[in-house]
Design a binder for this molecule. Structure first.
Ligand SMILES: Cc1cc2nc3c(=O)[nH]c(=O)nc-3n(C[C@H](O)[C@H](O)[C@H](O)COP(=O)(O)O)c2cc1C
Length: 273
């Protein structure tokens, strides 16, 4: 049920809602905008029609345009540059929980990351409890040890034997001693299963940086949880058919960076035809 409705007192019949609909299923017939009869199922629920209406006349999915966020506070290019250039991968964390309000805000932000065809079937598996994270890292290393002692590790993951030796001396390389972890996974049959988790985590990373949190993409954790000890990944609740999965660690940083770094794009393939 799309609950598409028009406040005829406010609608100026500008046609912007119809022009912006990515599925072209809004028509200005007979007088005011409506979903073309029979086309409701084509709606991808992006809410562009509501966002573009200049007079708050259009509502869809029960959303009140009056209560939608204003666009006045968009960061300036300088602020965006500071965020993008100032973000760093963090590998030293305080052993404490992040403030729950901050975590909840970050999780809310994930709903605004774009997904292919606005397909919103990503699963966000969240570990926001430092003790639970400790249990997971211990179980991961026990699982790695069991694999090493039974069949041995595939060549590709041979380095985890070194990580195990270092773990026995008290250092956690794969999970960087982080207190929290976010795993984003996508069902294989969604339109863009490969891209969607990466995009969501990129949004999360920048929003976390804006809140002063540290994050680090965790390829090593993905290998540990989903390739070497997949039973642990399943135990965390990531469904078996979610083959597209990635891991990010986060928490309050136990360090401070004092400047950004300098980098250049090394390969720009600028095309003119
Ligand atoms: C897909 C991906 C996987 C990564 N996996 C790990 C990882 O397992 N462990 C780690 O310490 N850093 C990991 N990183 C962080 C990179 O090493 C880091 O982004 C790079 O060194 C540049 O540093 P910066 O993020 O501070 O700019 C990963 C980054 C990406 C994008």
């Amino acid at each position: 049920m799309l609950q598409f409705s028009i406040d005829e007192e406010k609608c100026i019949q500008c046609g912007e809602c119809a022009a912006d609909c990515p599925r072209s299923i809004i028509e200005l017939e007979p007088e005011y905008p409506r979903i073309v009869p029979g086309k409701e199922d084509n709606c991808i629920q992006c809410q562009h029609c509501l966002a573009i209406c200049p007079t708050e006349a259009l509502s869809i999915l029960g959303v009140d345009p009056d209560k939608c966020p204003s666009l006045d506070a968009i960061p300036s290019p300088d602020q965006m540059e500071a965020l993008v250039r100032g973000r760093r991968s963090t590998r030293r964390y305080k052993q404490e929980n992040v403030d729950p309000d901050t975590v909840n805000w970050l999780m809310d932000m994930l709903a605004h990351a774009p997904t292919g065809v606005n397909n919103r079937r990503l699963l966000f598996t969240l570990v926001d409890d430092v003790k639970t994270m400790d249990t997971i890292r211990k179980e991961a290393f026990e699982g790695i040890r069991a694999k090493v002692q039974s069949e041995g590790l595939p060549e590709r993951y041979a380095v985890f034997e070194q990580f195990l030796a270092v773990w026995d001396k008290g250092m956690d390389v794969p999970f960087r001693g982080a207190p929290h972890m976010l795993i984003v996974s996508s069902p294989d049959d969604s339109p863009c299963p490969e891209a969607d988790p990466y995009i969501a985590l990129s949004y999360f990373e920048l929003c976390a940086a804006a809140k002063g949190l540290g994050t680090v993409w965790c390829g090593l954790g993905k290998y540990a949880l989903f390739d070497i000890v997949p039973e642990l990944g399943s135990k965390l609740g990531v469904p078996e058919d979610h083959k597209s999965v990635y891991v990010m660690l986060f928490g309050n940083p136990d360090l401070e960076y004092h400047r950004g770094v300098q980098r250049e794009n090394t390969a720009v393939n600028r095309v003119k035809m």
